[in-house]
Design a protein around this ligand. Structure first.
Ligand code: SME
Length: 176
């Protein structure tokens, strides 16, 4: 690995499981000795963006994070991401992100039109996956990935993204 940017290389020659494992491994390498969540989630957003758009040729239009708002614990606030400008705050229990946070369960949404209360930050989004990030038993944020196609994500995505979010929960300091 010559430069940090080399971590963003995801070769279309690899299969889906290998590419998703590469995201998890790269995240773990990059977060070694680094507990700042802004720093770690910023690089993680880049890993996910390049993995899906280049490695997997999946039309992902948003990949990033909402974290618990330190000013108001009943809502999530926008964190590091790749993609277009997005909603700034989401109430816990509202939308796909708020539901993942309130239930502590991954939301795999094949068609956003069919998810009651889905919050459309971008009208182009067709499907979405949101994975809660839990640290010491409480939700500290969520990972959200949006796709321009229906059925953009499946159980393999869910499994690897849950491993990733577990690593995120363990590696970052969530004090602020
Ligand atoms: N669709 C999400 C809102 C976040 S944006 O997609 C980036 C939701 O319903 O919670």
């Amino acid at each position: 690995m010559g430069h940090h940017a080399d971590y963003s290389e995801f070769s279309a020659q690899h299969d889906k499981k290998e590419l998703l494992q590469q995201v998890v491994d790269s995240y773990k390498n990059l977060s070694e000795g680094q507990t700042n969540w802004v720093c770690n989630l910023a690089n993680c957003s880049s890993l996910l963006w390049h993995c899906y758009n280049e490695g997997l040729s999946k039309r992902v239009n948003w990949a990033g994070f909402y974290v618990l708002d330190p000013e108001s614990q009943d809502q999530l606030i926008l964190g590091p991401f790749m993609g277009k400008v997005a909603c700034q705050t989401i109430k816990i229990g509202r939308g796909v992100c708020g539901t993942a946070a309130s239930t502590q369960k991954t939301q795999l949404v094949e068609d956003v039109e069919k998810f009651p209360g889905h919050i459309a930050c971008d009208g182009e989004t067709k499907s979405e996956i949101v994975v809660p990030i839990v640290a010491e038993g409480r939700v500290v944020g969520v990972l959200d990935i949006d796709c321009l196609e229906l059925n953009g994500f499946d159980k393999d995505d869910q499994n690897y993204l849950e491993s990733l979010c577990q690593a995120i929960g363990e590696t970052c300091s969530w004090k602020n």
